[in-house]
Design a protein around this ligand. Structure first.
Ligand code: SAM
Length: 270
């Protein structure tokens, strides 16, 4: 039988896809994070269905039982909102289902980070989705430090209570970069705030610090995206590139290259 992964709305109930609704009514049982919340959604859709609970921290043991059920019946995995497995339970069950030879069939649908990223105005071509950052300052700063040199847009989930500390640490570690807050996507109080980490205070009015939100931060400006990398065909191109990008003259660059060669010694030239 099969495990269907079924995304559910992140706010606006109209965002459920027709296929998701059909699948929820077709399967033998639904696997849910919060059974009461899922029952509400199912009754909104006019579906009565057996619901099996699957939540942290009991994922591991519950998954074994659910996999045994999936050997005989079709099940649909949902979470409280959005796509299961995205900062929600799901990964353990999917891994165990695959190991047991059960077909895993994903349905496309709602998730918070994609709309936030595409509306942020920050480069969506290459990005890292990071889920929730560490809660404690030291660990969070170390986490941001590892991300600091990367040229990719950073996408994070954060609670309103910790948003101020995250942005403060991001400014301290990453420097002044563009960022966007996508708050309450698809809901009545949806709002997207775009600012710079250095002027974050102005962006953080009281109403911004409420509800669910996604934080999008620009990647490191010091590193060109791969598709923007210059084509360097000979040493003159290389000199031009360093002059334009870093204001470095031919002689300065030659000196650096000669020093590097002397350090590498014979047989280590590159
Ligand atoms: N599975 C979900 C998904 O696919 O996006 C994510 C679940 S995670 C437990 C909840 C977090 O997602 C929230 O704290 C918030 O960061 C983000 N989120 C969920 N719904 C949102 C919304 N309507 N607007 C903005 N962010 C949202």
């Amino acid at each position: 039988m099969a495990l269907y992964i079924v995304p559910t709305p992140i706010g606006n109930l109209g965002d459920i896809t027709r296929r998701a609704a059909e699948m929820l009514s077709r399967v033998d049982f639904v696997i849910a994070e919060d059974t009461r919340r899922t029952r509400k959604l199912l009754s909104h859709l006019g579906i009565g269905k057996r619901i099996v609970s699957h939540y942290r921290p009991k994922e591991e043991t519950q998954a074994d039982r659910i996999v045994a059920m999936l050997k005989k019946q079709d099940g649909a995995l949902v979470s409280d909102s959005g796509t299961p497995g995205i900062s929600d339970p799901g990964f353990t069950l999917v891994r165990k289902a695959i190991a047991a030879g059960i077909a895993v069939i994903p349905l496309p649908g709602p998730t918070a980070f994609v709309p936030a990223l595409v509306a942020s105005g920050i480069d969506p071509r290459r990005f890292l989705f990071l889920g929730f950052p560490p809660r404690h300052r030291g660990e969070r700063r170390r986490f941001l430090k590892t991300l600091s040199p990367l040229p990719y847009t950073l996408v994070l989930y954060e609670s309103p209570q910790r948003l101020g500390s995250l942005l403060q640490d991001a400014f301290a570690v990453l420097g002044d970069r563009d960022f966007a807050l996508a708050r309450e996507i698809s809901k009545k109080h949806e709002r997207i705030v775009r600012s710079r980490l250095g002027s974050r205070q102005a962006a953080l009015q009281e109403e911004t610090l409420l509800g669910e939100m996604v934080v999008v931060i620009a990647g490191s400006p010091g590193c060109a995206q791969a598709e923007e990398a210059p084509l360097l065909e000979n040493t003159d191109d290389l000199y031009d590139f360093f002059r334009q990008r870093f204001g470095m003259g031919k002689n300065a660059l030659k000196k650096i290259l000669m020093k590097k060669r002397a350090k590498s010694g014979p047989g280590h030239e590159r």
